[in-house]
Design a protein around this ligand. Sequence first.
Ligand code: PEP
Ligand code: MG
Length: 573
Amino acid sequence: MLKGIPVSSGVAISEALLLENNTVSAEKKNITQEDIATEQHKLEVGMTKTEEQLVELHQQLLDSVGEEQASIMSAHLVLLKDPAFIDEINNLIKNELIDVSSAVQVAANQFVQIFESMDDEYMRERATDIKDIANRLIANILGKNNQTSIDIEGSFILVSDDLTPSETVTLPRERVKAIVVAKGGKTSHAAILARSLGIPAIMGVGEPLTNAIQTGDSLIIDGSTGEIFINPHPEQISKYQKKIQSEQEEKAQLAKLKDTKAVTRDGKEVELVANVKGPQDAEEVLEQGGEGIGLFRSEFLFMDRNALPTEEEQYEAYSQVVKKLSNKPVIIRTLDIGGDKHLPYLDLPEEMNPFLGWRAIRISLSRPELFQTQLRALLRASAHGKVRIMFPMISHLEQIQEVKKILEATKEQLKAENIDFDPNIEIGVMIEIPSACLLADELAEEVDFFSIGTNDLVQYTLAVDRMNEHISDLYDHFHPAVLRLIKMVIDASHRHNIWTGMCGEMAGDLHATEILLGLGLDEFSVSPTLLPRVKHQLLQLSTEKAKQVADKALSLGTPKEVLDHAIASNPVS
Ligand code: PEP
Ligand code: MG
C-alpha cells in the first residue's frame, strides 16, 4: 500500500497505466557566428507553432470543460511569450553559441530552478508548467511529436512521476478512472483539472510510486484518503466495490434534495449557500441546489496573471456570476491578498509574520486606487442582481468606517457618470479576528450582516498558524474559546437586528452543524460539493434540541469534549 495527498475524492478500481516520459531532448550542437540568425529564426517558427497549438488547446478546453481549465493554457501562452524567457534563449544562442533547442532547454532549466526554490507551494508547482512549455517548444523546433501515447485498451488508472497540464487535458477522459502522481499537491494544475473533471486523484506520493507500480498491475485508489492498494486481495476489491456502490447511491439520494429548502424539523429556514472562487464555479452551485453565494473569493480573479485586472475585467467576472445566479444573493468579498496568497506583480515586501501583516483590507485601504477600481466594478455588477459586498480582516472599528466613506464616494462618482448600480447595496464584514468578535456590537451598528471566517478566527484565537503542519493538532474549531466567540458574535448581531453567516470551513463540518444551528447561525456557506450533505444534516435537526446541545458545548473545557459531545448527540452517518 502507498499513500499520497488526496486531491480529488472518489474510489476507483482498474488497471495501471504507467505514463512514459515524453520529454523530447534537445539536440546539443555547437554553432558558429554565421548560424546565429538561422537558429534565432528557428526559434520564431517554433514559437509561432507552439502558440497556435496552445490557442487550439485553449479552445478545446473552453468547449469541453470550461473557462477555468482553459485559462491554464492562456497562462502557458503568457509564460511562453515572457520577454525574459525569450531574451535569455536569444542571449544563449548568441553568447554561448549553442543551438536553439539547447538554448531553450538551458533557459527553461534556469526558470524551473527559480520556481522550484520558492517558498510558496503554488509558485513551486508552476515549474511543471515551464517544463511543459519548454518540452512543447523543443518538440516543435525539432519537428518531433511530444504527444502522450496511450496504448492500452479500455479504462485505466494513470500513474506518472509528474503530470503536466497539457498531458492532463489530452487524456481520454472517459477511459481514465483515476490519476496517481509522484509529484505535486492540492494546488497543482493537474489536481485542479482532476477535481473539475470529477476524476479521483492522489498526488505527492513520492519517488517509490513508479518503481512500485507497473503497467497492467491491478490498483485500488481511494481519492478521499490518499490510499493506493497495489494488486489487492479479492476481499479488498469487494470491500472497495461496495464503497463505490454506496458512494453512487449516496450521491443519487442526496441529488434528490436539490430543490428541497434547508428547513429544520421544527421549521427554521436556514440559508444554505456556497463558497466560490470565480464564474467557473457558479453552475456547480446551482446544480448542487445552492440558494446563493456566501463567499466569492475575489482574489482568485487577480491570480495567474501578470497585472491587476481592470475595472472592466472585474465587472465582467462579477456580473457573469450575478446574472447566472438570477436573483439569488451573491456575497463578493473584496481582495484578500497577503498571508499565503501572493500576487507577484504587486511587489509586496517579505514579512516576518505574513498572516499578521499587510493583508486583505489593510492593503485595500493603503491602495485607494486599487480598492476603488474594485468597488466600482462591484457596484456596477449590482445593477444585474442581488450583490452584497463583504470586507475581510476587519480588526478595528475605524476600518469599516473608512471603508464606508470610500464606498459612498465611489457611489457618488458612478451617480455623476450616470452609471447604474444598486443604491441600497448591503455590506458586511468578515468576523475572523478576535477583536472583531469582542467589538461585534459596535460593528453591527455599521453593517447589514456578519460572516464568520473560522479558518482565520481559529488561528488568531488559538495563536496556531493555519499553515504549520507541526502544530496542526492544536488547530481545532471545536475549541470552546472559538465557540464562545462565535456565540458572542451571533448574539450581538441579533441584538442589532442583523444576521450572521459562516463561510469558514467549520460551516461544512457535519459534526459542527447542530452546535452552529443551536448557537443561532443564520447562514451556512460551504464548498458547492458539500451543499447536499449539509442540507441533509439540517433536515434531520431541530432547533430546540440544537440549542441544548450548543449550551452544553459552551460549558465544556476541551475541543475533544466538545467533539465527543457533538458526535454523541448526533452521529454523522
Ligand atoms: C476564513 O478565514 O474562514 C475565510 C473564509 O477566508 P480565507 O480562508 O479565504 O482566509
Ligand atoms: Mg480569512
